[in-house]
Each structure stands twice: as structure tokens, then as C-alpha cells.
Design a protein around this ligand. Sequence first.
Ligand code: PGA
Length: 246
Amino acid sequence: MRARVFPDYEAMGAAAADAVARALGEDPSAVLLLPTGTTPLGMYRRLVDMHRLGEVSFLRATFFNLDEYLGLVPDHPASYHVYMKEHFYGLIDADPARIFVPDGAAPDPEAECERYEAAIREAGGVDVCVLGIGRNGHIGFNEPGAPFDSRTRVVTLSESTRLVNAADFEANRAPEQAITVGMATIFESNEVLLLASGTNKASAVAAALEGDVSESMPASMLTLHQRTVLFLDEDAASDLGHGVPG
Ligand code: PGA
């Protein structure tokens, strides 16, 4: 695992966008596994700008999302379907037939998880996985304790995650469960870009990079991954005690 530190959020997002665009330049039919949240918004903005300038095409790429809340219909304003459409898929030349987001309203969520995992497999696995990190070290909705050998499944969200995300929901109550791509599926990605910004991520970043590799700190698994790069702004890197692994 390597880390790159950028002066601020914009620079971090721009560099992550450049890395995604480079991967698509090398393989226009790459399979991407993508995050939601506030952290990747700058990256998506920059990719949309690059697309408008004719610098990158997504036409042949395949897109998977990391997660979705259980119980939300795809047009629920707080759903990740809507997030992705508004911030990315609706603004680029993606082929709708190759956009996959877990269906949080599927009548049989377990079957939906199996279907989703199979779709990733059928696409040939993930080439580039982009991740945020939770303040508790989660990746996707793999909360502390998530088994490293887990696959796409239904999970219960931690109280801290529900609190952080509560403002997106009526009465400030986030759903209790979600569908998330599992730890093993993330680990099998050819390349992983983990983005973190702000002081509220600094302790999770330091624990993931410098602490023990443990299921209690999900992001720590990535220290074992040969092609993981952390994209950090200075605030997110501010608790690193051993310097930046380059
Ligand atoms: P954030 O979420 O980008 O909104 O901070 C990241 C995450 O929880 O994975």
C-alpha cells in the first residue's frame, strides 16, 4: 500500500480522477467499483469535466456501486441510485446496461446479493475500486468486524455510521441495514484507490495504515493489497506517526 498526500480536498479529488481516467485510457472497458458519500464528490466533478472536454469516455466501462441502503426504492432521494445518477452516471456517457447498483428494495435481499456478486464475477472482476473510509474504518458498508472473506451481503449498520448519515433522512433516522459488496470482493480488485479528506478521518487513516491488520479495522486489510494507493489531503494524513509510505 502506498499513500499520496495532497494540499487540499480539490487536489486529492483531481488526482484520484486522473488515476481513474488513466486506467480507462489503458483499458476503455475497465470494470469500476465506486463509492458514494461526500469524499468522492470532487473526483466525480473532475471526471465529469474531463468527459465534457472530451478527455475521457465511459462508454465501454462497466460500473458497480459498493453499497445501497436496504429498504430504499431506487428513486428515494437518499438512495445511492439517485446519488450516482445526479453526481456521475447521469452526467457522462455511461451505458445504462453496464451500470449496476444493489437494489435495496429487492423482495429477496439475499438473492439480490447473490445476483450482484455474480454480476461482478461475470464482468470479469473489478479492475479499479475507489473507496472512501468511515470514521470507524469501514469500507463500503463493511463495518468493524466484517470478515475479510465476506462477499456481497446484507449488513447491519453501526450506530456511528447511522448518526453520520442521519441528516439525509426524514426524522434524522438512517436505515438500519444495507447491502454492501464484501471485503474479499474489494480485495480481489486489481487496483484500489482509497480517498480520505479532513481531520475527522485522520485517526481511522492512521489506524488502518499503522495499526494491526484486523477485522476490527476493515481498511487495515488493504495494507496487504499490492496495488492500493491512499489519496489523502493533509488533514486526513495529520495523525500518521511513521511518515507517509511512498
Ligand atoms: P464520506 O463517507 O465520504 O461521506 O465521509 C465515507 C464512508 O463512510 O465510507
